[in-house]
Each structure stands twice: as C-alpha cells, then as structure tokens.
Design a binder for this molecule. Structure first.
Ligand code: FES
Length: 531
C-alpha cells in the first residue's frame, strides 16, 4: 500500500467518504477525501480512505427507487461501522452530503464511539432562471405543473437545465442542509465549515484539511463520538433544526441517532423543543433564502450564538474543535434581520414541526408547516394504496378542492422504505390545489414539500394501523391547534373494519427490501432496525 512502516506509530485515521458519481450531492467528496488525507499525512497520521454507497432522494423521487433511500441510511451506517470495527482506526473523518449520509455517519459513530470529525460536503449554489434564484424545489413544482397540464414542457426543460448548476446538496433548507446545521449544533463538526458551498472548491478543501488535522489531534486521547451525541447535544441539534425551519426528516434521524447512542429521547421530547424554539432564519421552503445566503450571513454559527444568548441552546456543550459551543460561536455575525433574526423578533415565534395524535395516529404523526397558513382541515378522505395511484388521480384532475388525500402502505415496512411524497405534493401545488387539499400518509415528505401535509403516521397501515381501515368518503380532520388527527368513526367501527382487514402482499419477497420490511421499527421511534 506504499505506507512507510516508520509512520505506523502515528494515528491511523479512517476517512469514510460517501462519494458516488451518480448524483451532484456528494460529487466533491473524492477531492475532500484527498485533502483530508493530505492533511492527516502532514500531521503525522496514516490516512486510510474508504467509500460507502449513497442514494439521491431527488433522483429517485416519485419512482420505486425512492424505496432505497431510507434503507440506504442503514447500509451506510453499517458500512462505516464495519470498516471502523474491522480496521480499528484511531480516529475517523466522515464526509457526508446527501440526506441519509449525515444521520448514517452519526449512527455509525454512535455505535463505534471513536474520536471523529464529520464534514458536510456543502450545498449546491442556486441556479438562475428568468431573473430569480431557483433550486430543485422549483423543478419539482414545474414537473407537477406540466403533469397537470398547466405549464408547457419546454419551460420545465429550460428550468431543469438551470436549476442545479454544479456539485453539492440541494440548495434550499431541505433535509441535507437541515442535517448539516444539526451536525454543527452537535459539536462533532467544525462550526461554519459545513455550509461552505461545494462549488467553493478551495475553501472546501481547506475545511477538509482542518477536519483531517483535527482527527489526528483527537486520535490519541481526544473525546470520542458519544461526547457529541449525548442528550444535551441531541437537544441542541433539535433546537438548531427548529430554529432554521428544518425538515421533518430530522425527527426521524435524531431519534435513530439517539437510539444508536443509547440516549433516551422521544418524538414528544423533540417536538416539545421545537414548540419552544423560535424560528430565527428565513430559509426556503418555509422562508425566502437559500443555503449560500444563510452561510454569508453567519449560518449555523450566527443561529447558535443567538439561540445561546436567548437560552434556547446549551452553550456549555463541548465541540470537537475545542472549547464550548458558546466559545466557538462567540465571534459569529449578529442577526441581520433579513436572513437571520433575533430570538426577540423572530421570523416565526415557534418551530414549525408538530406531532398529531388521534384515532388515526395513536403513536403519532408529524407535520411540518411550510408554505401554508392553514392549521385545520376537515374533508372527505380519498384513499390510495400507493404514491403512484394518488399522483395519477391528482394529475388526471380527479381530486377536488377540500379533499384529504390518504396514501397508505408507504411506511417503513409497508413501502418498504417510507418513500417521500414530493412528487405528489408537487403535483398538488402544480394543480393549484396547494391551499385546498391536505395529505395524510405513513410515508415521509421531502424537506422541499409545501402545504398541509401529515406524514410518519404510526402505527403504519402495513402493520395494521388505523389508516388500513380508512375508506373513501370517511371524514378526516387535521387540527394543528388541538394536535389531533382523527376520522369520524367510533373505536368499535375501526376495530370492526380492522378485524376484517388482511395485509396486502409484500411488494418484495426477497433481498434487502424483504429483510428491511421484516426488521424495521416504527417511524415514531426513528424507523431503526430491530436487532
Ligand atoms: Fe441529495 Fe437533495 S437529493 S441533497
């Protein structure tokens, strides 16, 4: 391998890269891995790089391929865990990007508990189209508009060619960038390095070198990963997610990380934190700005500093770069009042993530309010047994204003893989139904979804949850103020229908999908695999 034996007394540092050449999100990670390796070598360590798989949510969105996305979180986590276990590295640098790779790395680090530094590969720069900044979210909504016949295909093609102009994760505050903020609030990443754009190659390379040097410095007797994955750190991460109006997927991921770190943390704990935390950043899709704007205005450091000042984040928590979170963010820019706000005059008074319970979701369902002011809807259910069936009904004009769309058998086990429903929600917006239709599902939503959308319904339909008993025309009520999700049926009605219910045949009866279906737990507990 070309390693001078004399160097083997130095720390052996594994570099886990989630590079794949299949998507822009992680495209820069080979370069980052090289930069980190160079710095590790220069600092006296021995870099040993390796790779995992990664799945792009946007490329698989709206297709059966999306079932692979959440499952990939487990495969990536297992891959890193196995490599660290097998090679007994003294420290690990994890390079992450697209949605699932961030929680996956943290889950692996929680299991192996080695000294570690995580670096986010960075967001994509915005595209420009017709004088405005555009992202993949605009593309999806244009897809919806074309499929519903309200926009020409040529317009979509033109937009598509402009919206994603280079490497990096989706440019809005969708799941990947949400998790990048969480990383820095945990203290396991250098604050300020994650949101450097992937396209800013020199700056990003310098960040990778910092991560490499840091890994060497903590390898011998530095803090191990669980130092940054305890209850305090996870609560800080949730505060960062809520304060930036982050993706509902963060709930699923923080619960899974807590599970693997042996930390007791519930969905209720996380959502209660969100309710207490003001939203102090105006980021798309709930706000106006993109990741590069946010980074320019101080990014995660500015948000952390303001949350610490206002008592919403524990500034005494340690960071891998040395010093407390309060110390490393002390010089952050003050809120500019346009992208980053003060806690006293926030963008929104409280977090936009909510848990609903009721006779349709005894174990909870998750809502992220984005791009809508509606907090209540009662309407007749239109029940679909797959994302495709619902999408077809929306696109062919069979859905009337006021309906509550229900998509079931898309949960962690039912999908399997808990697909995101972005293509349906984009079609709803594209069909002009965004303000009049609501959606309820045991699947998930993309961070780019807008509207009154209830996901993560638990227990899921495939495991005999109440969604399995719903029929077209049942009256469903979503009430955010009361925190409820109910159907106008008695307990006896539901029990009678469920007694007559037979589970649908699994979509896959062999291979990874069948194994996942058999082992995955409830979304309300992070959809982790049961040992
Ligand atoms: Fe990879 Fe959005 S699809 S970050």
């Amino acid at each position: 391998m070309g390693i001078d034996p004399a160097r083997l007394d130095g720390p052996i540092v594994g570099i886990a890269s989630t590079w794949t050449g299949t998507m822009p999100c992680n495209l820069n990670q080979r370069d980052l891995s090289d930069s980190a390796a160079h710095a590790i070598h220069a600092a006296g360590g021995v870099p040993l790089p390796f790779n995992t798989i990664a799945v792009s949510d946007n490329q698989s969105q709206g297709t059966p391929g999306m079932r692979a996305s959440l499952i990939s979180r487990e495969v990536i986590a297992d891959s890193i865990e196995l490599m660290v276990h097998a090679h007994d590295f003294d420290a690990v640098v994890c390079l992450v990007g697209c949605d699932k790779t961030v929680p996956a790395a943290l889950m692996a680090l929680a299991r192996v508990d080695k000294p570690a530094v995580v670096l986010y590969g960075g967001p994509m720069r915005a595209g420009r189209w017709r004088g405005s900044d555009v992202t993949i979210q605009h593309v999806w909504e244009a897809v919806g508009a074309v499929e519903c016949g309200v926009a020409p295909r040529e317009e979509l093609d033109e937009l598509e060619s402009r919206a994603c102009p280079g490497p990096g994760a989706c440019a809005g505050h969708f799941t990947a960038n949400t998790m990048a903020v969480a990383l820095e609030c945990l203290g396991i990443a250098v604050v300020g390095d994650g949101l450097i754009a992937a396209g800013a190659a020199a700056e990003k390379a310098a960040a990778a070198e910092r991560a490499g040097r840091l890994a060497v410095s903590v390898a011998a007797d530095g803090p191990t990963a669980r130092t940054f994955l305890d209850r305090r750190a996870l609560r800080n991460a949730m505060a960062g997610v809520a304060a930036t109006g982050g993706s509902s997927n963060a709930l699923l991921h923080l619960l899974a990380i807590a599970h693997d770190a042996g930390v007791r943390l519930t969905l209720n704990d996380l959502v209660a934190l969100a309710a207490r935390t003001p939203v102090i950043a105006s980021l798309a899709p709930s706000g106006a700005w993109l990741a590069e704007d946010f980074h320019r205005k101080g990014g995660t450091a500015a948000v952390c500093a303001e949350l610490i000042r206002a008592g919403h984040l524990d500034g005494a928590a340690p960071t891998v770069q040395g010093g407390t979170l309060a110390q490393v963010t002390a010089e952050a820019p003050v809120p500019d009042g346009e992208v980053v706000f003060t806690a006293a005059q926030p963008f929104k008074p409280s977090g936009q993530l909510f848990v609903l319970r009721g006779n349709l979701a005894p174990d909870g369902a998750v809502v992220k309010l984005a791009g809508t002011e509606r907090t209540r809807q009662t309407g007749p259910a239109r029940v679909f047994d797959s994302e495709e069936a619902c999408a077809e009904a929306v696109r062919s004009g069979q859905v009337r204003p006021g309906a509550v769309l229900v998509i079931r058998y898309e949960g962690p086990a039912g999908g399997p893989g808990m697909r995101e429903m972005l293509s349906v929600t984009s079609s709803v917006v594209g069909a002009g139904l965004g303000e009049s239709v609501a959606l309820v599902t045991d699947g998930r939503f993309s961070g780019a979804t807008r509207g009154l959308m209830v996901g993560h319904v638990a227990p899921e339909a495939a495991r005999g949850g109440p969604l399995a008993a719903l029929r077209d025309g049942d009256t469903v009520t979503i009430d955010m103020d009361a925190g409820t999700l109910d159907v106008a049926l008695t307990d006896d009605d539901l029990a009678e229908r469920l007694a007559a219910w037979t589970p649908p045949a699994p979509r896959y009866d062999f291979g990874v999908f069948a194994r996942y279906r058999a082992c995955v737990g409830s979304a309300s507990e992070g959809a982790v695999l049961k040992a």
